[in-house]
Ligand binder design. Structure first.
Ligand code: PGA
Ligand code: ZN
Length: 381
């Protein structure tokens, strides 16, 4: 979904990504029966355009409030989160441009955040639903902190090296998964971690993360199935505990299904320094983050604006996350566009990290490259 907003001389565009492994509580992405977005587009060109052109607006926040009221549902199911968010992002861009400030700065000011460079979470190996389950977990992530330009250079070097190692291991070219990471097939659960740990050993300030995306690992006997083997929730927790002990882990996202709040809390209690992240569990929804807070279920929240459907509510989700004393990690979606809004958002809120995929696809690299560009601009100020 792409939206163009015009005000006088100013023309801005925004495009909204789409997720494949979605949580059941996400805002609704409005699709036609054939998968198209004609209805959502008609909503933007019809009702939403009529609202936007009906009066003058003094802030992007005012526009978001009106859009949320116009939709009138708790999950944007009438107009579609894709329609509402497209206009919401375009409005944020327009007001930043009108004020003559970079997008990230307008977001920082809007939410009262201290802008800062996020750690890069690069999805080096894709599994789960993003790669026909050739690997059990959805994302095997190389985490790099520090100055973005240097972190990105380290990531490029490590990603190329992993490609060479995998190619010589399998004696053939390795396919790419949905998010621009390698997608080898290993039946040994620890093998991908051994490979990532070898890269981590070469670069200080780097570590390992996973997104287990465990909703997709559920079996019908109340547990989880990974590479053909069944695990009870307790056994899966023991598997994570073993991995954490053996490998240089930074964080684990969605270790259990979105309904298993108690299992999240148990793992969080025993994970020590390792951060436990909610994605499908919390779906960028301030109410669900509040519930997770009461359960002490996690220590970080994944922030995806299209899970909630407006910039305003995504900012509120970050504020709720920070009020809980937790880290906010911003994320792209598996179906991305060349819009780099999420990079500005991550920098503007001073996120703990940004997940923007592997380096094998242009629309993933563009997010990291935008962060390098922001760093240069911020240094010049
Ligand atoms: P999705 O994957 O965009 O397919 O939901 C990303 C994630 O689960 O973090
Ligand atoms: Zn996830």
């Amino acid at each position: 979904m792409e939206v163009t907003l015009i005000a006088g001389e100013m023309v801005v565009h925004a495009s909204v990504p789409s997720g494949k492994s979605t949580g059941s509580h996400e805002a609704l992405e409005l699709r036609d029966a054939d998968g198209g977005m004609e209805t959502a587009i008609a909503n933007v060109e019809g009702e939403i355009a009529a609202l936007i052109t009906s009066r003058e607006w003094s802030s992007a926040d005012e526009i978001d409030t009106a859009l949320i009221a116009l939709d009138g549902t708790p999950n944007k199911s009438r107009l579609g989160a894709n329609a509402v968010l497209g206009v919401s992002i375009a409005a944020q861009r327009l007001f930043a441009e009108a004020a003559g400030v970079p997008l990230w700065k307008a977001i920082a000011e809007r939410g009262g955040f201290s802008a800062a460079a996020p750690r890069l979470y690069l999805n080096f190996m894709n599994g789960g639903e993003h790669a026909d389950f050739r690997l059990p977990f959805q994302e095997y992530i190389f985490v790099v902190g520090g100055k973005t330009s240097e972190a990105y250079a380290i990531a490029q070097d490590a990603f190329a090296k992993l490609g060479t190692v995998l190619k010589s291991n399998f004696n053939t070219e390795i396919p790419m998964g949905d998010e621009g990471g390698y997608s080898p097939k290993f039946d040994d659960i620890e093998k991908p971690f051994e490979m990532l740990a070898a890269l981590v050993a070469e670069h200080s300030g780097t570590s390992i993360a996973i997104d287990a995306a465990a909703n997709a690992l559920r079996n019908d006997i109340g547990g989880y199935t990974l590479t053909g083997k069944d695990y009870t929730p307790d056994e899966l927790r023991a598997l994570y505990a073993g991995l954490i002990k053996k490998f240089p882990f930074h964080s684990i996202e969605d270790p259990f299904a979105e309904t298993a709040m108690g299992d999240f809390a148990k793992l969080t209690a025993e994970a020590g320094e390792v951060i436990i992240v909610g994605d499908d569990l919390t779906v960028t929804n301030p109410e669900r983050i509040k519930t997770a807070r009461e359960a002490k279920a996690i220590t970080a929240v994944l922030i995806k604006p299209n899970q909630i459907g407006s910039v305003k509510e995504a900012i509120e989700a970050v504020q709720m996350t920070r009020a809980a004393g937790w880290a906010a990690i911003c994320s792209h979606r598996s179906g991305e566009t060349d819009d780099t809004f999420i990079a500005d958002f991550a920098y503007g809120i001073g996120a703990h990290g940004i997940k923007a995929g592997g380096l094998g696809q242009k629309e993933r690299r563009e997010k990291y490259e935008r962060l390098v560009e922001i760093e240069k601009g911020a240094e010049a100020v």
